[in-house]
Design a protein around this ligand. Sequence first.
Ligand SMILES: Nc1ncnc2c1ncn2[C@@H]1O[C@H](COP(=O)(O)OP(=O)(O)OP(=O)(O)O)[C@@H](O)[C@H]1O
Ligand SMILES: [Mg+2]
Length: 508
Amino acid sequence: MERLRPDVIIGIDLGTTNSCAAVALPDGQVRIIPQRNGDAIVPSIFAIDDKGNELVGHEAKRQWQLNPRNTLYATKRLIGRSPRDEVVDSVQRSAAFRIEDGGGEVALACQGRRFRVHEVSARILAKIRDVASDFLGFRAGRAVVTVPAYFNDRQRQAVKAAGRLIGLEVVRIINEPTAAALAYGVGKSLRERVLIFDLGGGTFDVSIIEIRDRVFEVKATGGDIFLGGLDFDEVLVQRVLQAFQAEHGLDLSQDPVAMQRIRDLAERTKIDLSSRTEVPFSIPFITMTDDGRPLSLDLRLSRRELEELTAPLVRRALLRVERVMEDAGLAPGDIDEVMLVGGQTRMPVIQRALAERFGRPPSKGVHPDEAVAVGAALYGWSLQEDSDLRLQLLDVIPMAIGLEAAGGRMRVVLPRNAPIPNAKALPATNSVDGQQALSVRIFQGDDPLAERNDLLGEFTFDGVRPCPAGQVRLRMLFEVNVEGILTVSASDRDTGRQMRTTVRVTES
Ligand SMILES: Nc1ncnc2c1ncn2[C@@H]1O[C@H](COP(=O)(O)OP(=O)(O)OP(=O)(O)O)[C@@H](O)[C@H]1O
Ligand SMILES: [Mg+2]
């Protein structure tokens, strides 16, 4: 390979189930980075074996069935979340590893040790970095990392923190569907409006993006960070458990090894049913009866049954598509291409539903597993001093940002789909005579009640001038940068004094 600079910026797609990296070569061509075995995908799995060895990727996946309690997977669903978040319970219900409260942060138990979620992401990032370094012939130090468009500020910050932990400079966070649009549109001199339908292992994103040659403008985005292939698998798992219970009167859900075998086969069966209409579902000796008789699982599943069982999930995704079109003020006829991204979009019923809605089959213009990493690498390349590629990304925030007002209402400061970067100033005052500090709680989400949204933090402005109530004139400034990350500051409008801002993520 010729003249790759040591300050090259690689692109990393940090997926819920699979991660992948790519790099632009000096001629602007993008290469997916393979591991030594030639495989481009690093499973986003971390484990510790009985001997205390830390395993990441394929190595971790290989021993998963035998060591389910110490194998951490799909941890992206937990990043940047509070341990009291109700989604934590729902993840715990289907995960064999233990989720704990690590003092305001989610912690994961693994072989008697405890990891914060971003520490697990850091290990996956480190693995990808090492694979990339191997490929490049020098240590990769800088990356553009993608996140779901529907990630909030806290989740974005956690990904940056993961990079910092391993000394990987995350030069820029960009949104996964936006990255996919780059993979599709860069270098083609397009004038098109595309809808990116990105259904991966853990999350669903939909973005409408206008491409004008090198300008990529997101008109609206939406999604669900709890809708992905894992949920399709789970539906099949439940179906199989019920069938076994009906036949043998036994509940397998409390047996982690049996569950792991069922989960693995459920995913493989789901994938097979994308190309076949009926497949067997058999696991020999899944358990034993009380009197020592071995029992096996022996079923057949059809595509039609899978489609019926998962119809509510598909409906949820399509409803999001409608909302995003409404937010953008567009009708199906205004969309030039519907682009499929993410492994789960290979399911035929999803392609059929989109074809019906948009009156033409979705485009296969990008590789559903690689587009996000490719787009991130292209963006990384455009940020390098030595490149002649100049790209303009105009993105938006996925959910409103606001503060808690009287009665617990959400006072929206920046509405959903507000373009970024963005800044908005708000006047504020003291509510009590002589008040010296002003605290506000900042939330992100679209619910009218602040508490039902995600708490980003409590911001306290110290050093308010002692005055009678209502006399201090403060100006609070909310700034969201190009990465969708928020900073809040405040100043006294009479003295011009800038005030210290402390950010604390507290638990409600
Ligand atoms: N042929 C197929 N039919 C149905 N589902 C499939 C097929 N191939 C892969 N999948 C599913 O796609 C999912 C993985 O997709 P992908 O690799 O795009 O996700 P990810 O990038 O890890 O997750 P995310 O983008 O949500 O963080 C898995 O749930 C997998 O079972
Ligand atoms: Mg993905």
